[in-house]
Design a protein around this ligand. Structure first.
Ligand code: CTP
Length: 403
């Protein structure tokens, strides 16, 4: 991963995750970037500027009030290819949302024209607070890109909710993608300004208050596509079923549980959409009746479930003219191509993305996928086994021809 000749500003705000920012600064420098680090006052309480100066070989920017620095934030704002904010604390995000300019970093964030990539990091309750959610959404609408946060141990102990900053390698990979994408599409990307609805994850149907019918979809492929299409400049509306993974930050996300709820959410959003990426794996059946209380185990004999089909969202959707519709076909062998082509016709899709749930490294619950893209126009593109985010990029490269 080369950053040769690139000028990157690394803004560090004051959270414990800023010890990882040292690695980011170091790796960027080693990869050939010129790195200017800006520390907020709070970050300066965690790490001394000297550390970053030694790692980047460049002076570190802190106060707006240092002699000789009167216009430094404006000068610096002109130059960089990318501004990375890592960690981005809740406080920094709030100040940026408000357009405050009370220190070097926030002033630069207002003055810059280059893309911003932020890595949120905070306590899980703070991340889940509606104020933080609203700030992330506003910044996302203004074009900020986000990486993480992830679920994992926080400084204060274990947590099952997102808040932890992504690892330096993940942040660097996102930065690299952003810079390559920006170079490739520079202002003329076909996704810029488009409204795209993305669905992700499973749905589940209750048998009773404690038992559900569902499938192992993790949401990874849908989240990867949502993130990738947002990175290409589209306004993304994400509809997500119940997943352990946190949806990407900075986009309008509707959480649903059942297939009928997903159908209603997609129908409500589709009117203004330029494209629908239907990545979700909705449950196809639901119990004809849902028991109000837990069904007893009984005498241990066989149990018969009385099921009815759920709505086929794609088949029943009322879509605006010109909306590009992409479906996924999850198959388990046996003439998968023919089955996927049938879905292309029966569900009136522009593209169908075929993946085989039984193939090692593809399908549910794994970070990689191998897919075949089939177009209504007869086009067929085989994508090799790759991380889901890279698969997402390949899919967008093909689908954008139809926009
Ligand atoms: N899909 C949908 N509504 C459903 C089920 C699936 O809109 N109730 C969408 C999926 O999001 C996917 C496409 O239809 O984009 C194909 O899903 P898949 O599970 O492969 O096919 P099914 O339509 O469920 O058909 P089958 O189970 O017979 O393969």
């Amino acid at each position: 991963m080369s950053f040769a000749g690139r000028h990157v500003v690394l803004g560090v705000s004051g959270g414990i995750a800023c010890y990882k920012s040292c690695t980011i600064a170091r790796r960027l420098t080693e990869a050939g970037a010129r790195v200017d680090v800006i520390l907020t006052a709070a970050a300066g309480e965690f790490i001394r500027p000297l550390t970053f100066e030694a790692l980047t070989g460049r002076p570190v920017l802190g106060s707006l009030w240092d002699p000789g620095r009167a216009l430094a934030h404006i000068e610096l704002a002109r130059a960089p290819a990318l501004v990375i904010v890592a960690p981005a604390t809740a406080h920094l995000l709030a100040r940026a949302t408000m357009g405050m300019a009370d220190d070097f970093l926030t002033a630069l964030l207002l003055a810059r024209s280059s893309p911003v990539l932020a890595a949120p990091a905070m306590n899980d309750a703070i991340y889940a607070h509606p104020a933080t959610t609203a700030n992330l959404r506003t910044l996302g609408e203004r074009g900020w890109q986000f990486v993480g946060p992830e679920t994992g141990p926080l400084a204060e102990g274990p947590s099952a909710r997102p808040g932890r900053m992504s690892e330096p390698e993940t942040i660097l990979a996102a930065a690299h993608r952003l810079l390559s994408g920006a170079a490739a599409t520079a202002g003329q990307g076909r996704w810029v300004g488009k409204r795209v609805v993305v669905t992700a994850g499973p749905t589940r149907e209750h048998l009773d208050p404690v038992r559900v019918l569902t499938n192992p979809s993790s949401g990874r492929m849908g989240f990867a596509l949502a993130e990738a299409v947002a990175a290409r400049g589209a306004a993304v509306a994400l509809v997500a079923g119940p997943t352990e993974l946190a949806p990407p930050a900075g986009m309008a996300t509707t959480r649903v549980e059942t297939t009928a709820e997903m159908q209603a959410a997609v129908q409500a959003l589709i009117g203004k959409a330029d494209a629908l990426l239907m990545v979700a794996a909705p449950a196809d059946f639901r119990p004809r009746t849902r028991a109000e209380t837990k069904r007893p185990r009984g005498a241990g004999g066989p149990v018969t479930l009385d099921l009815e089909p759920t709505p086929d969202i794609l088949a029943t959707l009322e879509r605006p003219k010109g909306c590009v519709v992409v479906g996924f076909a999850l198959e388990t062998g046996g003439d998968a191509l023919a089955k996927a082509r049938a879905k292309l016709q029966n569900k009136t899709l522009d593209f169908v993305i075929l993946n085989d749930a039984l193939e090692p490294g593809a399908g549910f619950e794994v970070p990689t996928n191998r897919v075949t893209i089939l177009g209504r126009n007869g086009k067929q593109v085989d994508v090799p086994l790759l991380p889901k985010r890279d698969v997402a990029e390949r899919i967008l490269d093909v689908v954008e021809e139809a926009l």
